[in-house]
Each structure stands twice: as structure tokens, then as C-alpha cells.
Write a protein that binds this ligand. Structure first.
Ligand code: ZN
Length: 463
């Protein structure tokens, strides 16, 4: 039994009146966010001006406290003046916007001072009319309602019909094994959703074969190859949809799109096509996620240990030829799902070192090849003559690596041998000078960072 935080997300079927209330709440959220941001900006600008006038530190305008609590207090004092209509929405709408602002400012400040690592976080920007609609409720009367298990309730909005049954969560709540902590409504891909953040006691069955180790080689040609020899075919939802996508994009090209230079607004027909494109992307993403959930659930329920490669997905997505396919199978998502599901089921995930040469090692004798081209779909061992499918070989190596590591033995191939760039002539472009036109819009010519990533990651790790 483990206590976990889990989200339950339901598509909603709001009435026209309810949708108006939902939009009003999300608008209130945006208003409070922008109001708070304007105040913080004014405060920062005032201080900067005073510093440039060489005022002493003590004489400066004091910092504006931007904690969520303090922003909310200021809002409550100012709301009658700045937003006399505030009573139309639940107070949670404004709190939600101010809490988001506080988080954004904290992230920016943490990134600026080095407390938050990684990519620099920018200063928050004002939310425009087309910003994503969302609103979060943390207090008040929200949850599931109605005996039909088809309704959720939210403050001010009341009972709203869900598109699917809420049975699973309802049973947990009735049994007392789940507590709903917050509710977020959001408009995504043309639909309204309600997402509950739930504290839940999960009783997941332990893996049926706790001693079994399975190596999973995530790839492009097939979604995954298991060390058991099973090949999970790539659903290729995106490929099927791409034809339709191309058609819609041609359609959009014929219509009048926005022009930032001349400030031309897009036409209504262009927007209509964009909506269709968005809807298609959503459908593809939904189908893909469904397939990944089914695969990850099956693996976690069966095997005690799952060995995966620690793929540098973000780096591979920068690769211009592989990006679409890697994005298409959702490798990062599969790894994420397997990681949290094994935690629930009490299994274990073993991540191979990013440079572990799972494709180049012979799964029969352990010899490591110096070179293995992406185009070589079959592995031929030079030492023992073993012949096996490339992906199956990699999956077996991953499974074997777990045994070696847990058995305390250090293998000659584990950690010692790094993946050298193997200089695949078809993939390396070293001859192009910086600034050379590539004929590819939006892609810089010359020595771009993705090449280095590719040399390490994709040429020998992928597939
Ligand atoms: Zn061999």
C-alpha cells in the first residue's frame, strides 16, 4: 500500500451557460495574474529608476512582497476598485491566477540567482487573450457528485456532466481511500477538462514474475523490442494522420494567415483550419498515449525488473531527420510511465548509463564492436559469429546488464567502454561551412549543436 498523488482527468460536457461561467472564471484568473504582474513590474521599475538616481538603499521604495499570500491580501484590498465585477466568479479564480504568478516569479528569481538549475527561466509575461484557459480550485465545495457517477461539482459552477464515467475515482472516495485535494478546469484541444489532484492509497498487485528481468529497447522502427524476443509494433498514429495534416496545412497556406510585420490579423477561415489541425494533433496524441499506457502497464504487471536505456530524448529531438519519428513514438513518455508505475507495483527500473553501448555489444560473448551503422539492422559478432536482430541484441544486453550489476560482477562492457562517435558517413555532415544555405527554413546551417548530440546518441543508441 502506497500513498501517491495521482491525477484523474475528465472531459466535460458543459451546457452553454456552464461554459460561459467556465470562461468567466478563466478570464478572472487571467485578470488577477496580469494585475499582480503589472504591480510587480511597476515596483521593479520604480526601484531601478531610484537606483539610477543614486538613492540610498534605505530611501528606496520597498520591495513588493510577491508571495501568493501577500498578493492575495493586496488583491482583496484593491478588488473593489480595480474589478468591481469580482463577485461574478469564485474567489478561487483570482487566487489561482495570483498563485501562478507567485510561482512564475519564484522560478524566475531562483533561476536568476542560480538556485534553480537548467535552462534560464524568463520573467513572466502578461497573458494575452489567446492564452490557455485554466483555473484551479483548492478550497470550497468541489469533487464528484450525483448518483449516476457522471457529474463533477465545482464552486460557483455547480454540477457539470462528465463525458466519461467517474466510477473508478468515485469508488475510491466512497471507500475512503482517496482524498481530492484540488480541481483544475482547463480548455485544451477544443474541449473542457476537469482534472482532480488526488491523494490515493494504491494497492497495486506485485509483478506476476518478480524475478523476471526484461530489457526494453526503445526504437524507431518498432515501438519497442523486449529481451524475450517480443516485438511491439509501432502504432504510427502520426504517420496515418500526416497525410491529413499535409492536406490541412496546404489548405491553411491558401488562406490568409497572420503577418507580424504588417500586423495583419488572420482570417476566420485560416483560424478554422488551424482548429482542425489542432484537433488532429490531439487525436494523434491521445491514441499514442493510450498505446503507451497499455504497454507500460503490461510490462510493469509482469516483470519485476525493467531495464531501459537512459536516452537523451531532448537531444535526439533536435535531430532533424529522427525528430519526427522519436516524437512519434513518445519514448520519453514511455519511460516516465514505466518509472512511476513500477514504483506503484513495487517493481524496479534499471536505467542503463547514457553511454552504455547496448547496440554494439554482443549479447552472446560480450565483445564490443567499434562501429555499428544505423543502417545495419542485423548484428554480426566478429568474435563468436553470433547473428541476431539489432534491437533484440540491444534488449538482451540491457537485461543482462541488470544481472551483472546486481550480481556484483563488473562486466568489461559496462561503464568502461564509452560510445565513440562512429562517423557514419551517411549521417555526418562536416563539410558544410557556417552560413551555408540549407534550403530548410528555420534550421540554421553550419555546425549546429545537434550534430554532436547525434554523433553520441542517435547513431548508435537509437534503434
Ligand atoms: Zn559474440
Amino acid at each position: 500500500m502506497t500513498m501517491v498523488l495521482q491525477a484523474y482527468r475528465y472531459a466535460l460536457d458543459p451546457t452553454v451557460a456552464q461554459e460561459a461561467v467556465l470562461r468567466s472564471h478563466c478570464g478572472g484568473q487571467r485578470y488577477a495574474y496580469n494585475w499582480g504582474l503589472a504591480r510587480v513590474k511597476a515596483n521593479l521599475a520604480q526601484r531601478a529608476a531610484e537606483v539610477s538616481c543614486r538613492l540610498a538603499e534605505a530611501d528606496l521604495t520597498p520591495w513588493l512582497n510577491w508571495s501568493a499570500y501577500s498578493l492575495r491580501k493586496d488583491w482583496n484590498q484593491a478588488k473593489n476598485a480595480v474589478a468591481p465585477w469580482w463577485g461574478e466568479n469564485s474567489k478561487e479564480a483570482y487566487s489561482s491566477g495570483l498563485a501562478n504568478l507567485a510561482t512564475a516569479l519564484t522560478n524566475w528569481n531562483g533561476s536568476r540567482t542560480g538556485k534553480i538549475k537548467g535552462q534560464k527561466v524568463r520573467f513572466p509575461r502578461f497573458k494575452g487573450k489567446r492564452a490557455g484557459l485554466s483555473c484551479r480550485f483548492t478550497t470550497g465545495c468541489f469533487g464528484l457528485t450525483g448518483g449516476d457517477r457522471r457529474h463533477v461539482k465545482l464552486p460557483r459552477i455547480g454540477a457539470m456532466r462528465t463525458h466519461e464515467s467517474t466510477r473508478k475515482l468515485a469508488r475510491h472516495v466512497e471507500r475512503g481511500t482517496a482524498r481530492i485535494r484540488s480541481a483544475t478546469v482547463a480548455y485544451q484541444g477544443g474541449r473542457w477538462f476537469c482534472s482532480f489532484s488526488v491523494e490515493i492509497d494504491r494497492h497495486d498487485p506485485a509483478p506476476t514474475r518478480p524475478d523476471s528481468v526484461v530489457g526494453v529497447d526503445l526504437g524507431i522502427k518498432s515501438l519497442a523490442v523486449l529481451s524475450t524476443g517480443e516485438v511491439i509494433a509501432n502504432p504510427r498514429h502520426l504517420d496515418v494522420a500526416l497525410r491529413e495534416l499535409r492536406r490541412l496545412q496546404r489548405q491553411a497556406a491558401r488562406r490568409i494567415g497572420p503577418d507580424r510585420r504588417t500586423r495583419r490579423a488572420p482570417s476566420a477561415r485560416w483560424r478554422k483550419t488551424q482548429t482542425r489541425i489542432r484537433r488532429l494533433h490531439t487525436a494523434v496524441a491521445n491514441a499514442r498515449r493510450d498505446g503507451l499506457h497499455k504497454l507500460s502497464a503490461r510490462l510493469v504487471r509482469t516483470h519485476g525488473v525493467i531495464a531501459l536505456e537512459d536516452l537523451h530524448v531532448a537531444g535526439m529531438l533536435r535531430h532533424r531527420r529522427l525528430a519526427r519519428h522519436i516524437g512519434g513514438v513518445g519514448m520519453g513518455e514511455l519511460r516516465r510511465q514505466i518509472t512511476y508505475k513500477t514504483e506503484w507495483a513495487g517493481g524496479r527500473v534499471h536505467l542503463a548509463d547514457r553511454w552504455y553501448p547496448s547496440s554494439k555489444t554482443c549479447s552472446a560473448c560480450g565483445a564490443v564492436k567499434a562501429k555499428l551503422r544505423l543502417s545495419e539492422r542485423t548484428f554480426h559478432c566478429d568474435q563468436c559469429g553470433f547473428v541476431v536482430d539489432r534491437d533484440l541484441n540491444a534488449a538482451r544486453n540491457l537485461a543482462q546488464m541488470v544481472n551483472e550489476v546486481t550480481g556484483g560482477m563488473s562486466s568489461p562492457s559496462y561503464g568502461a567502454t564509452q560510445n565513440e562517435p562512429d562517423g557514419n558517413p551517411r549521417k555526418t555532415r562536416s563539410t558544410r561551412a557556417p552560413g551555408t544555405a540549407t534550403g530548410r527554413p528555420g534550421h540554421q546551417a553550419g555546425p549546429t549543436p545537434h550534430r554532436k548530440v547525434k554523433a553520441h546518441d542517435t547513431s548508435s543508441r537509437v534503434s
